[in-house]
Design a protein. Structure first.
Length: 252
């Protein structure tokens, strides 16, 4: 989820929430708990855990089970893979993005619909990766596809929000506020560039793109059934109530 070479890091946004983002907090907690479980596994068990509960595109396309007889249906890896991470930086960056963008989207959708939205975007992202890499035997793990969907929804709902961003120029830290629309469009452009073969390998760039556009499409369908999300303006209510006037793997 980090930007190129980890030099552009979002820290927070300026949109308050009206409710406690219990689902976002719970998802972060589950991801952290799973990661600590992974830390207690030896190398052999960790290999099995990642390959058993991550998505293996070739097995999914051919409807085969790479670990027959263990009683765990491979189709369930479409869900379990979203809660496995390949390292501390992988986990930390994903959870940071989820916290910054997820709380506002959850505030708009409500807790139950937000959870379903999150899981559906993760599913869509995984399927896009599978369709674009159908012969891959590298397990796909990580929450970025689902989080990318949350970011797509955030772009639709709060394009005028601002994101406080840390930019590292060599070793000099620069803190600036960037319009959300610019931040997210730039992020999406990076995904396309990397998906075209310019970026680093081992990352499921197409899953990011698929999840993002799934989020955009889903949130637009929801908005057709209710009033538009609150936009910031000169008469904003600060309370947020609206205007007062091998071990190789693909990581998400």
């Amino acid at each position: 989820m980090w930007f190129n070479k980890k030099v552009m890091i979002p820290l927070r946004d300026d949109i308050p929430t009206r409710t406690i983002p219990v689902v976002t907090i719970a998802v972060i907690a589950v991801n952290v708990a799973v990661f600590f479980f992974q830390l207690n596994l030896d190398q052999r068990d960790l290999w099995y855990f990642i390959h058993r509960f991550g998505v293996i595109p070739k097995a999914l396309v051919r409807l085969t089970d790479p670990f027959p007889g263990d009683g765990f249906p491979s189709v369930l890896t479409l869900g379990t893979s979203l809660f496995i991470h390949g390292g501390l930086v992988h986990l930390g960056s994903n959870m940071l993005f989820l916290w910054i963008f997820g709380n506002n989207v959850e505030d708009f959708l409500g807790h139950v619909r937000y959870l379903l939205f999150y899981l559906f975007c993760g599913l869509a992202a995984t399927l896009v990766h599978t369709l674009t890499s159908p012969l891959s035997v590298a397990p796909l793990v990580g929450a970025s596809g689902a989080i990318a969907g949350v970011m797509g929804a955030y772009l639709v709902l709060y394009p005028q929000a601002r994101i406080q961003t840390l930019i590292l120029i060599i070793i000099y830290p620069l803190f600036i506020w960037i319009p959300a629309v610019l931040f997210l469009v730039f992020w999406l452009a990076i995904q396309f560039i990397n998906a075209g073969g310019v970026g680093e390998g081992g990352v499921a760039w197409m899953a990011h793109i698929g999840g993002f556009f799934c989020g955009v499409l889903l949130i637009n369908r929801v908005r057709k059934k209710r009033r538009p999300a609150w936009r910031r303006g000169p008469d904003d209510d600060p309370s947020g109530n609206g205007p007062s006037d091998d071990n190789s793997r693909f990581i998400l």
